[in-house]
Design a protein around this ligand. Structure first.
Ligand code: G6P
Length: 362
């Protein structure tokens, strides 16, 4: 089922279109009336835990950064995230009241695997969020949760990221419920939103067409800033990484509020700013950040359900009532945008130069 392109131009495109279905699979049997739950773990996983540390590489690291906001906001547990290759050599202080979570599509990335072994040797409880069962990581870890995304062939990761993010969101709610730190109304609202995620991941034809049109001009861009706040900051990082990986254009993801501390000096009409402007999270804050960039003549592409008069270009997303639904809809838009630019540049979308699907050497 996952080995053919089924009429799509590239595996990446097929995998973008598959996200709605694989996320449904990923949630199957894991959401009950008033809680999330996983066959693979039980409440003992958080007994005595005061802190969560997440380690990963690449796109999986961005899922980790997103999760950190959710663990603190929903589960009320301290959480920090590190790039696995940095973690390994910094002589980290590890205490056994920390739950060590690694995230990996393949379960084979050398740096992440070594980080996991270090944590285990230090006596920490470990959990792997992984797409491949029987991988090196799932064999080493104490607990595992599988993301059920199916084989991912495109080197640029898409459906692995959406399933990881959904698993981590469900896990944040599981911890919140077990620790009794979440209000029932909030929990119901979160569960309601979770059930809507597959809908948010269905590719919107209008948005796909729009990214094709934008790609004609954007392929000439020499510099891109993807900006967002809160979970839309890791999403901005992911949008920028996708563009770099397959289009070979220079792109940076930045927290929108940090632009004024340096990067805004680069603003001019040749600088393309992709602004993630969700309706349901800090809209006024990001709006004023984007206004500053527009006043300095940056070309603005707003990704938002709300009209924004200073936008030079617009990718209009659906109105929803939860910021995470906006997150997933914007994710698809960013994946499509980088893919369409890459196709127009004539690149090999599935096998970008210099990159490997799984990096098993240091
Ligand atoms: C490689 C891939 C990336 C991926 C990263 C981590 O660099 O090209 O797409 O995000 O490895 O891989 P993992 O399998 O550990 O998620």
């Amino acid at each position: 089922q996952y080995a053919q392109k089924d009429g799509f131009r590239f595996f990446m495109e097929k995998e973008i279109y598959e996200q709605s279905d694989v996320v449904s699979d990923c949630m199957l049997g894991r959401i009950k009336d008033n809680e999330t739950f996983f066959d693979e773990i039980d409440a003992s996983i958080i007994e005595g835990i005061k802190e969560i540390k997440i380690c990963a590489c690449g796109t999986s690291y961005h899922a980790g950064l997103t999760a950190a906001y959710l663990f603190e906001r929903l589960s009320k547990v301290k959480c920090n995230v590190e790039i696995a290759s940095e973690f390994r050599y910094k002589e980290p202080l590890l205490t056994d009241d920390t739950l060590f979570i690694v995230i990996s599509q393949s379960g084979e990335t050398a740096d992440t695997l070594e980080a996991l072994k270090m944590a285990k040797n230090a006596g920490l409880k470990s959990l792997v969020v992984c797409n491949v069962d029987n991988s090196s990581m799932t064999r080493v870890t104490d607990y595992k949760i599988l993301t059920r995304a199916g084989i991912e062939k495109g080197v640029a990761s898409t459906k692995a990221f959406s399933t990881q993010t959904v698993v981590l969101w469900m896990l944040a709610l599981y911890f919140a419920k077990e620790k009794n730190v979440i209000d029932n109304e909030v929990l119901q609202n979160e569960l309601h939103a979770l059930r809507e995620v597959p809908k948010s991941l269905i590719v919107n034809d209008k948005i796909h067409e729009k990214t094709k049109r934008l790609s004609k001009r954007y392929l000439h861009g020499h510099g891109f800033f993807f900006i967002g706040r809160d979970v839309f900051f890791p999403l901005a990082l992911e949008g920028a990484l996708k563009l770099k990986e397959i289009s070979y254009l220079h792109a940076e993801g930045y927290p929108a509020g940090e632009m004024k501390h340096g990067p805004i000096a680069l603003a001019d009409p040749e600088l393309f700013t992709i602004a993630l402007m969700p309706q349901n999270l800090l809209y006024d804050k990001i709006k004023s950040n984007v206004e500053e960039l527009s006043a300095r003549d940056s070309t603005i592409c707003a990704v938002s359900p709300l009209d924004f008069e200073l936008a030079d270009d617009f990718i209009k997303t659906e109105k929803t009532d939860h910021y995470m639904l906006e997150f997933f809809e914007m994710l698809v838009a960013l994946q499509l945008l980088s893919m369409e630019i890459s196709i127009r540049l004539g690149n090999d979308v599935d096998m970008p130069r210099n990159l490997a699907k799984s990096v098993t050497v240091e």
